[in-house]
Design a protein around this ligand. Structure first.
Ligand code: NAD
Ligand code: TYD
Length: 337
């Protein structure tokens, strides 16, 4: 059976991806490589615990000695999700972002190159393109202009992947997706944070004027894009994924409050994020034409399902909120609410 290394499989998108991948590919073996940071939770894959096609290695991708052991047996391909992923945290401390997102990617690339993997899918973000004005969309040829330490670290890793493709003929494919939402998202990102606050009648902190725009995509649509990139993405190419669903943060917040039948008085405008990007919007025509992919989950359905998931999984939220997250939450929001 072919072995696929998936990094970051205990996080939000990685865990959703592993579920989708095993459904699509019954005869492959996945090694989930994750060091379980505050955002990584083995519980996210509890339903697959007894699936013999999935194994777990608690390994930090910045540790080459441990990581290389996973390449002792043949590896067909690598699908690389592991990252520090939250912009606010990168503003507080960029160190872990550079270590994992840049150094970790370089270490993984070297091992994958040495092992002559057939494909390496690098999961990146639309944030590498910087911020848009009122009009236009990011395409794959939009110049990289990252503005936060998070997006700068992701752009650096994208450029490393590109350089390996160019210099070594490495079979790297880069995907860049817009903002995801759905089950198992750590409650620090806006949608799970706001849903879990609203469930407890706690105010929701809207940064600045709340008129920043994000293009929302359901995590399953993103995962099917990464799957399509793994199946038929061309080495050296970049594919953008987006949900064609632009909303201001205020529109998003009002939608959540309406769907949850809670008053607007739960909105609390707080100090803006430093360097806050104004608008992201994706043109995903290349992925549609080249990969036969398109987003299929409407925001209306996806957000209703997501609210229901958080309602039904309040214990999961409580568990992941304890520990390291609680400390961070206090530091970040304690003085504002
Ligand atoms: P997440 O923070 O939920 O999960 C990240 C996972 O990586 C966690 O399980 C964590 O334990 C693991 N990890 C972190 N550092 C590691 C290390 N040094 N070694 C091994 N494992 C490590 O992130 P996510 O939202 O699932 O994002 C996954 C990927 O998708 C990231 O690369 C991110 O940049 C990208 N992305 C995310 C979004 C989004 O909206 N969340 C959008 C576009 C792209
Ligand atoms: P976030 O979920 O952190 O994703 P990203 O910064 O990667 O886009 O934030 C999405 C948007 O929501 C962004 O414009 C910042 C805003 N936001 C708030 O207004 N309040 C919050 O508490 C959070 C976490 C985000």
């Amino acid at each position: 059976m072919k072995r696929i290394i998936v990094t970051g499989g205990c996080g939000f998108i990685g865990s959703n991806f592993i579920r989708l991948f095993l459904e699509q590919e019954p005869n492959l073996q996945i090694v989930n490589v994750d060091c379980l940071t505050y955002a990584g939770n083995l519980e996210n894959l509890k339903d697959l615990e007894s699936d013999s096609r999935l194994s777990f290695a608690r390994v930090d991708i910045t540790d080459p000695e441990s990581l290389q052991n996973l390449f002792l047996e043949p590896v067909d391909s690598v699908i690389h999700f592991a990252a520090e992923s939250h912009v606010d945290r990168s503003i507080l401390d960029s160190g872990p972002f550079i270590r994992t997102n840049v150094l970790g990617t370089q270490i993984l690339l070297d091992l994958a190159k040495k092992a002559s993997v057939r494909k390496f899918v690098h999961v990146s973000t639309d944030e590498v393109y910087g911020s848009l004005g009122a009009n236009g969309f990011f395409t794959e040829t939009t110049p990289l202009a990252p503005t936060s330490p998070y997006s700068a670290s992701k752009a650096s890793s994208d450029m490393l992947v590109k350089s390996y493709c160019h210099t070594f003929g490495f079979p790297g494919v880069i995907t860049r997706c817009s903002n995801n939402y759905g089950p198992y998202q750590f409650p620090e990102k806006i949608i799970p944070l706001f849903i879990s606050n609203i469930l407890e009648d706690i105010q929701v902190p809207v940064y600045g004027d709340g008129l920043q725009i994000r293009d929302w995509i359901h995590v399953t649509d993103h995962c099917s894009g990464v799957y399509a990139a793994w199946k038929s993405g061309v080495a050296g190419e970049v594919y953008n994924f987006g949900g064609r669903c632009e909303l201001t943060n205020l529109e998003l917040t009002t939608t959540l409050l309406n769907l949850m039948d809670k008053p607007k008085s739960l909105i609390k405008f707080v100090q803006d994020r430093p360097g806050h990007d104004r608008r992201y919007a994706i043109d995903c025509a290349k992925a549609e034409a080249g990969l036969g992919w398109k987003p299929v989950i409407s925001f209306q359905k996806g957000i209703a399902d997501t609210i229901r998931w958080y309602q039904e999984n309040r214990e999961w939220v409580a568990r992941v909120k304890s520990g390291a997250y609680r400390e961070y939450y206090q530091q970040q929001y304690g003085s504002r609410l």
